[in-house]
Design a binder for this molecule. Structure first.
Ligand code: FE2
Length: 321
């Protein structure tokens, strides 16, 4: 096996590594695959830089980590499914609805801290992202490690939130975003597909995930998605809401120091552990287009369920978040 060029993503920190120059040929090498998977398991995130900027490479790289999920939802645009199964397309053009004012700045494509598929019982293992159209300003994707968040959370909140389960519902109405929302937050317009998504999600039970879980390797993970959280299971009280809000606010605050924000290049691809990291999108000035593509790696951590023990048939169609 040719030696991989592996460096820490942030000097002195365990979260994330950067691997430069992996080739499509190497993605098929069993020893490379084993080494890359071990790095992913240990560090929770890999930025691949200087890779061939093609859909074929995106799929080849993703396949190192497992099988890909397709997105069955009609509302999710997919790249040519015959040529590129499992690659979904997320494009924002100037003039598209969805602009949000965050702390006095108008942004397109802004997204709060979250993990993907919180609204379902099963959590995909990972997402692999690449950028097709990169705005000249903003458009960064942020990642924060749940292990680092758990360790940094104030002992008082840690004691209160550990052992609690969080209720989630697919809620894409950005004006409804509450827990940990910026102090100055104003939604100009919702996306046109939002009503259809909300109609779909109103019919299904809420999903439940633990706020803190323990990895097989022993680390505890604070894994609470402020976006789409609705409350604490068996504690939908003012006190429960206040606790969820306090933890969400602390996640947002801690992320100011702990998060890694990725500035995209066309030759980058990155993977994050969806059972461990939270991610967010910085947003960008609305006059620029932004287009991203993502694959989703199958899997489940086995700790989520539907409220009241509802069956798996209730699963809502998964989307890009
Ligand atoms: Fe997401």
């Amino acid at each position: 096996m040719a030696q991989l060029d592996v460096r820490p993503l942030i000097e002195g920190r365990n979260f994330g590594v950067r691997i430069s120059g992996i080739t499509r040929e190497q993605t098929a090498d069993p020893l490379v695959r084993e080494a890359v998977n071990a790095l992913f398991e240990k560090h929770g995130m890999i930025v691949f830089s200087e890779v061939e900027p093609s859909g074929e490479m995106h799929v080849a790289l993703s396949n190192i980590f497992g099988s890909l999920k397709d997105h069955p939802s009609k509302a999710v645009a997919r790249v040519d499914q015959d040529a590129m199964p499992g690659v979904i397309d997320m494009a924002m053009k100037p003039g598209d609805p969805g602009d949000i004012d965050v702390d006095g700045v108008t942004l397109a494509s802004w997204l709060p801290w979250h993990f993907d598929h919180a609204y379902n019982n099963e959590l995909n293992r990972a997402g692999v992202l690449r950028a097709i159209d990169i705005p000249p300003e903003g458009g960064l994707t942020g990642f924060v490690d749940g292990i680092e968040l758990y360790d940094a959370l104030s002992p008082e909140l840690r004691e209160k939130i550990e052992g609690r389960n969080i209720l989630y519902r697919m809620n894409v109405i950005m004006a409804n975003y509450r827990f940990g929302a910026p102090a100055r937050y104003h939604v100009h317009s919702e996306k046109p597909s939002s009503d259809m998504v909300m109609e779909e999600s109103a019919k299904v039970p809420r999903a439940v995930h633990p706020a803190v879980w323990t990895r097989k390797s022993g680390e505890k993970v604070l894994h609470l998605s402020p976006w789409m959280a609705e409350g604490i299971e068996n504690d939908e009280t003012p006190e429960g809401e206040a606790l969820l809000d306090a933890v969400s606010r602390e996640i947002v605050d801690l992320s100011k120091d702990l998060a890694y924000w990725h500035h995209w290049k066309p030759t980058d691809m990155l993977i994050w552990d969806n059972w461990r990291a939270l991610h967010a999108v910085s947003g960008h000035p609305p006059q620029y287009p932004r287009r991203m593509q993502r694959t989703t790696i199958k899997g489940d951590y086995g700790l989520g369920y539907f409220e009241g023990g509802a069956s798996n048939d209730n699963k809502i169609l998964e989307r890009t978040y």
